[in-house]
Write a protein that binds this ligand. Structure first.
Ligand SMILES: [Mn+2]
Length: 383
């Protein structure tokens, strides 16, 4: 019994609302199709973020439908769950595919646990589509519990549902506390209220197929094999230089064996910084021959009389490869702007309070503001 784990397709993604990435996605899906055929895969799992937007354009819907139906015609089962980018209601429409095919869509978390279990031979898969905080609050009236605790409790209940099966897998779209986020080696800085603790994943499961973080990785220090497959192409510039993979999982002898397969990329994302006075032709020429999408940051003196010419040159050399050109007046470098970005919102609020009410803010108020800040940063997390 073999399955392939992938996630975060983001069909319809556009860089800076401009450059469509659908050809990069199609290129990846072609390879996935071949991997499935060559390895006689029984089941394909897509762990959320099928679409980039909640109301995907027709082209993106078309290519996903084409992929799903082609995979179905090869004779394998396909299991999809909704991610934070997908709309529950939109994914619900796709549930109807089950009546015509082996395409199984799980659109939202449900309190009816039987509804979110997929059974295939000796395998039971528990599906936890992206647990929106509002949905979880409806499930669990215990108001003092954090989001992460509610998710942990729900996972425990799911584990009980699959216990009797020889092979047990969990599929979800979540942020785990120990995950390394895209674009950096650092661990995620999600607040403890929201980061689901790796050690709360029940060890009933032999493999946990996750989506949300776009970097392929195994979460260390858990008994079940907990993996993010990562996205199948570099979705945005925070993923520049990152290799992309899918996971092939073999269920055999009562355990899960994992093989990570690297995908070829249609276009690499590259960022380049042009220093003031640098030879543009020389620096950009090598980039103009490869399959790249480039973001250029050009340092300039505002008094430079040749600014327009330098700009035109960048456009001319890179052509369609140029996704974005940012002009950076000297003296406003990344470092100084990064410093400015580090403003601590809580101390900013305290200063405001002092100024407005001529007194220190109370501990209760500070705790409330801190909670609000966490919530906003969780809900705007865009992976
Ligand atoms: Mn994603």
């Amino acid at each position: 019994m073999k399955f392939l784990h992938m996630a975060d397709l983001h069909a319809g993604k556009r860089l800076y609302d401009k450059v469509s990435r659908n050809e990069d996605l199609v290129y990846a899906l072609e390879q996935i199709k071949n991997i499935c055929k060559e390895n006689s895969i029984d089941l394909l799992i897509v762990a959320g973020d099928i679409f980039d937007k909640r109301n995907p354009d027709f082209e993106s819907q078309g290519l996903i439908m084409e992929f799903l139906t082609e995979m179905n015609s090869i004779g394998l089962h396909i299991l999809l769950i909704a991610g934070n980018h997908d709309s529950y209601d939109f994914m619900k429409i796709y549930k109807n595919l089950r009546k015509l095919s082996n395409i199984h869509v799980f659109d939202r978390p449900s309190t009816n646990l039987k509804e979110v279990i997929f059974q295939y031979d000796q395998l039971k898969i528990a599906c936890l589509p992206y647990p929106d905080e509002r949905v979880l609050t409806n499930f669990d009236e215990e108001r003092h519990r954090s989001y992460a605790e509610k998710v942990a409790n729900y996972m425990k209940a799911l584990a009980c549902e699959v216990e009797d099966s020889r092979y047990r897998v969990l599929v979800s779209h979540l942020m785990i506390d120990r995950a390394k986020v895209a674009g950096s080696e650092l661990q995620s800085s999600v607040s403890p209220y929201y980061a689901v603790r790796a050690d709360t994943i029940p060890d009933t499961f032999q493999y946990v197929a996750l989506g949300h973080v776009h970097r392929n990785q195994r979460i260390e220090g858990t008994t079940p094999k907990v993996y993010y497959s990562g996205s199948p192409y570099q979705i945005d510039f925070s993923e520049k230089g990152m290799d992309k993979f899918v996971n092939l999982v073999v269920l055999e002898d009562g355990m899960a064996k994992v093989e990570t397969i690297r995908l070829d990329l249609k276009r690499q994302l590259v960022e380049i910084r042009l220093k003031e006075g640098e030879d543009i032709q020389k620096s950009l020429e090598p980039l103009s021959k490869e399959n790249l999408l480039v973001r250029v940051v050009m340092e300039v003196k505002m008094s430079d009389p040749f600014l327009q010419q330098r700009r035109d040159m960048v456009f001319k050399i890179l052509g369609d490869r140029l996704v974005r050109l940012e002009i950076e007046p000297l003296g406003t470098s990344q470092e100084t702007r990064a410093e400015a970005g580090k403003i601590d919102l809580l101390s900013l609020y305290e200063d405001f309070h002092k100024f407005k009410y001529k007194s220190e803010s109370s501990q209760d108020l500070k705790a409330l503001i801190e909670k609000l800040i966490d919530r906003v940063s969780h809900e705007t997390h865009k992976a």
